[in-house]
Design a protein around this ligand. Structure first.
Ligand code: FES
Length: 137
């Protein structure tokens, strides 16, 4: 059950998260609570973790389909919580349906989503943020 929470992966663009979305820093500081947020997955936004349109300026190219990795776990109900790992991925927790740009869907409750743009397993993190020198709280 996704409990109405959804992550949509846009080709060449951000993640759209919708439902009961709560975004916080790694230290627990709340960043946003909203029904819809757009989070950067190209790494270039100057307003991390949010998309600021920079993906167009850098010509970010990604088809928005699953190149590797997966959602794991299950959850019956609750909010879609996102923790921005320092210099790392978006850590997802909570029941959610993920829809890729080709319309495919999968359900789960936990994932590390790439926000540096360098993962070879987009939309999921493969640890490349370290080699890429990604820097964001
Ligand atoms: S995806 Fe839009 S600024 Fe990174």
């Amino acid at each position: 059950m996704s409990d109405g929470n959804k992550i949509t992966v846009f080709a060449d663009g951000p993640f759209e998260l919708s439902g009961d979305v709560k975004v916080k820093k790694q230290d627990g500081t709340p960043i946003a609570t909203d029904e819809t947020v757009y989070l950067c997955r190209c790494g270039a936004s100057k307003n991390q973790p949010f998309c600021d349109g920079s993906h167009s300026a850098i010509d970010f190219e990604d088809p928005g389909v699953i190149a590797g990795g997966k959602l794991v776990g299950t959850a019956e109900a609750g909010a879609l919580e996102v923790t921005t790992a320092t210099h790392g991925p978006l850590l997802i927790s909570g029941p959610v349906t993920l829809q890729t740009a080709d319309g495919a869907t999968c359900e789960g409750a936990r994932a590390a989503l790439c926000r540096c743009g360098a993962s070879s397993t987009k939309p999921f993190c493969d640890g490349q943020h370290k080699d890429a020198g990604f820097c964001a709280e």
